[in-house]
Unconditional design. Structure first.
Length: 215
């Protein structure tokens, strides 16, 4: 009887050991169901801040500026001698040949006004002096950063040769009317014209030194 009990105890011990060998091995970390992949940590989700942490989304590759010529590079820069390929003093035919004119106003004598493609403005040109005026509007700015809305103080700081028209009795420019810059630089036939209202630029352009199309 004692031998039978001993044999049964040995058999039970062997069965218990065999059952334990089928359990999953604990290698540390969070336990998971057998046969399923454990959750993985995504580097991309860790490096991207949540919306509550930033005031604006991070710039995506598609939002970076294009390396191709655009309105934010040369097309919106007015000066020092022209706008893009259109230059003060060139003939209407030369200006049209640049491909930058949307409309071409051909006149037999006197002045015409042709529209640019890249800006909603018209240039002035005369039959004897070519392009005499190129206006700048909206985001168009001079190389020195002066644009519509710039203050009188900013224009004076940008141009050391800032001048006012030689009008009898005008002692000091008070912030209303026309003023000029670039009259003493190396570009002899062209200068900037700034029209001020309440000490701010409301119109600007490049002007021929001897323009003959307007007062």
């Amino acid at each position: 009887m004692r031998r039978t009990i001993l044999v049964l105890a040995v058999v039970a011990a062997v069965t218990l050991a065999a059952g334990c060998s089928d359990s999953p091995e604990n290698v540390g970390g969070q336990a998971g169901p057998v046969g399923t992949a454990a959750p993985t940590f995504s580097p991309s989700s860790a490096s991207s801040p949540s919306p509550s942490m930033t005031s604006a989304p991070a710039a995506s590759p598609s939002s970076t500026p294009s390396s191709k010529p655009s309105r934010t590079s040369t097309a919106l820069v007015l000066g020092p001698t022209g706008y893009g390929k259109v230059k003060i003093g060139m003939s209407l035919d030369e200006a049209a040949a640049t491909g930058q004119l949307k409309t071409v106003d051909r006149v037999e004598e006197g002045c015409g006004y042709s529209k640019l493609k890249t800006a909603d403005v018209k240039i002035a040109h005369s039959t004897d002096r070519g392009v005499v005026y190129i206006p700048g509007e909206g985001r168009t700015a001079t190389p020195e950063g002066i644009r519509v809305g710039s203050t009188l103080a900013q224009v004076k700081e940008a141009y050391s040769d800032f001048t006012i028209p030689d009008i009898a009795g005008m002692v000091e420019f008070e912030g209303d009317g026309a003023a000029y810059a670039g009259t003493k630089d190396k570009y002899t036939i062209v200068h900037y014209r700034f029209d001020f209202r309440d000490s701010k630029v409301f119109q600007l352009g490049l002007e021929h030194e001897r323009q003959n199309c307007y007062e």
